[in-house]
Design a protein around this ligand. Structure first.
Ligand SMILES: N[C@@H](CCSC[C@H](N)C(=O)O)C(=O)O
Length: 638
């Protein structure tokens, strides 16, 4: 292996005098540099909790601007021909970028951070230290772009890449050697959400080869949830396009290190190749970072609810916030949260595709970390650059759907997902899953009565077109006999609102049961835009057993289901149910009448005022005209 300008690889070494020191005018290859290539981004040191540090900045702006201005300038005037100023040229450095880099170094627990134009740009800077013959060890599940760059380097630059299952550190031990120049890790991996034991791998690697660099892509967790430098990594990089900026309106890549020699090398490449972030994007990234904590908290709590929702409906969900994740403990030993990216499988790639395309609120988009929720099929999108054969070898499920959860109202997200998922689950060969949905039927009810009832439900399903076909089966009992509909059903958390139903082939939306008759008959309140009555604590659980199930084509199929419903409450909240199903009760009618009266009264008032104003105006006008006529006459005569 040839020797690039080499870092000491001592991951424990403390920051040198990089901070605050004038930049050396001799570069790593011993050349004299033009004056003042921009300096470093020394760590200011964290004093407060991370959420505080994210918004707390110290800048030496000449006017004390509380938000670091955008220095939209390519060049900087110097006080003498041989330097004298901190900046000369924005490729080398720019005050807006330096401010951002200092801030990032602080929140990433790094001695130094550097920012470039994209996450892949950051990896490019890192991998430029590799030389022909160098070996790289990386995962068998990793972001498609990373895989593409490594494959390119293997084909063109003589790098040897080993893909191993990094969830087992022993697999890394099996290939690490004195030829290993870099071990490149993701945790969680993208998109299979596998967890990698960074501290164990870092130890194995450094014990075997002190020169090998452990590099971690921390994009999925962000500094909010993890600091891989504290776990033994030598370099951490992130796509700033994602959680750090949070709005999918810029591209950015961040690199951070503790070893100053590594920092100098990375800076050398950035200055030489000109990939540093622009002042404008540096400003936007800085602004985004300030809201990282609040965004991540909301995204993460939404993700947890959504993961539980999908899991409770029988899907195989990959998310480290779920106890069922095989590496739950490992993840939480390294990170402060589970993040907001999860994936799940449907068992069929075409079905997954249809689900993704049926989503409305969830945008079909690559990337993650945005305030908006996104849905994607990695094999066709973010990881499409990994060829199908390799994907198969690496056991990447073609049907995997990746969800990147945003900050929207979680009930809306679940509604949309339920509808998208449900639109296709009750199709052809998927009935088993549909049955699972039926069995988990659980609704809440703002009722006042107690009920113990046994009943038999006949469920009819007409396969419709588009995504409006509801997915879950909810028994409906009305005064006109027992019949059934398919409705989008909430489990946990309870979604009090929309139910998508088909009854007699017609799609309609409405709410979960509001009315429970004295006779134990339940009806739905349909076509109600918002529930007027707060859903009370009463819960109704229906269990059902499917006895027959064959769906084919567009045929109407009848499924016999016997169910038991138990409801028990004496809740006194809410108003009494109307006597007959969803018909409006006396109070509803009274409210309509009162509303009409108030409306008419208001209208009458407005019209009366307008008339009075008009007549007063008319009267005054006539009076003025009369007075004017009289005056003019007098003058003429005089
Ligand atoms: N067309 C792009 C796809 C970018 S995917 C972005 C990303 N990091 C993710 O995981 O979604 C490409 O080919 O790189």
């Amino acid at each position: 292996m040839s020797t690039p300008p080499g870092p000491s690889h001592n991951s424990t070494s403390k920051p040198s005098a990089v901070a605050g020191k004038g930049f050396s005018h001799i570069d790593l290859d011993g050349h004299n540099l033009p004056p003042s290539p921009a300096p470093s981004s020394p760590r200011n040191g964290r004093k407060y909790a991370l959420a505080t540090e994210l918004v707390y900045t110290e800048s030496k702006d000449q006017y004390g601007a509380s938000s670091m201005p955008i220095y939209q300038s390519a060049t900087f005037k110097q006080t003498s021909a041989n330097g004298g100023s901190e900046y000369d040229y924005t490729r080398s450095g720019n005050p807006t970028r330096t401010h951002l880099e200092r801030h990032l170094a602080k929140i990433m627990n790094a001695a130094r951070a550097l920012v470039v134009g994209s996450g892949m740009g950051a990896l490019d800077v890192i991998t430029r230290i590799l030389r022909p013959g160098d070996e790289v060890i990386t995962g068998d599940d990793l972001y498609g772009g990373t895989n593409r760059l490594l494959t390119y380097m293997a084909a063109n630059h003589g790098i040897i890449v080993h893909h191993v299952d990094t969830t087992n550190p022993e697999n890394v031990r099996g290939v690490v050697s004195d030829k290993t120049a870099m071990v490149l890790l993701e945790s969680p991996t993208n998109p299979l959400i596998k967890i990698v034991d960074i501290p164990s791998i870092a130890k194995i690697v450094h014990d075997t080869n002190a020169k090998a660099l452990v590099v971690v892509d921390n994009t999925m967790l962000s500094p909010m949830l993890s600091n891989p430098l504290d776990l033994g990594a030598d370099i951490v990089y992130e796509s700033g396009t994602k959680y750090l900026s949070g709005h999918h309106d810029i591209m950015a890549g961040v690199l951070a290190f503790n070893n100053p020699a590594i920092g100098d090398k990375m800076y050398f490449t950035i200055n030489s190749t000109g990939c540093g972030i622009s002042p404008n994007d540096a400003f936007l990234l800085m602004r985004g970072i300030k809201t990282l904590a609040i965004r991540m908290e909301k995204q993460q709590s939404n993700a947890q609810i959504i993961a539980e929702f999908l899991e409770s409906h029988g899907f195989r969900v990959r998310y480290p916030g779920l106890k069922s994740h095989p590496q739950y403990d490992l993840h939480h030993s390294m990170a402060r949260g589970a993040g907001a990216v999860l994936s799940f499988e449907t068992g069929d790639a075409t079905l997954s595709e249809r689900i993704v395309e049926a989503a409305r609120l969830w945008g079909i988009s690559v990337s993650f970390g945005c305030v908006n929720s996104l849905i994607s099929m990695p094999c066709q999108m973010s990881h499409a650059s990994i060829d199908a054969k390799t994907r198969k070898e690496r056991q990447m499920p073609e049907d995997i759907i990746r969800l990147c959860v945003g900050i929207e109202d979680v009930d809306d997200l679940i509604d949309d997902l339920s509808r998208a998922v449900g639109a296709f689950l009750l199709s052809d060969n998927s009935f088993k899953t549909a049955t699972a949905l039926v069995l988990r039927t659980q609704v809440s009810y703002a009722g006042m009565h107690s009920l113990k009832a046994k009943f038999k439900v006949t469920l009819a399903y007409t396969r419709g077109s588009g995504s409006d076909v509801p997915f879950c089966v909810t028994p409906r009992f009305g005064p006109h006999g027992n019949y059934s509909i398919f409705g989008c059903e909430a489990t946990k958390p309870f979604t009090p609102y929309t139910v998508y139903m088909t009854y007699n082939g017609q799609n309609t939306t409405g709410y979960l049961p509001r009315y429970l008759g004295e006779d134990g008959k339940i009806t739905y309140a349909t076509r109600t835009p918002k529930p007027k009555t707060k859903i009370a604590s009463l819960s109704l659980t229906a269990t059902a057993t499917a006895t027959a199930a064959t769906f084919s084509g567009d045929a109407l199929v009848t499924v016999e289901v016997s169910s038991t419903v138990e409801v028990g409450t004496n809740s006194s909240s809410g108003r009494p149910p109307p006597p007959d199903g969803c018909k409006d009760g006396p109070w509803d009618k009274a409210r309509i009448v009162i509303g009409v009266f108030i409306g008419l009264g208001l209208l009458l008032g407005v019209v009366s005022i307008a008339l009075v104003v008009f007549f007063v105006w008319k009267y005054r006008k006539e009076e003025r005209a009369k007075a004017n006529n009289g005056g003019e006459g007098a003058n003429v005569e005089g």
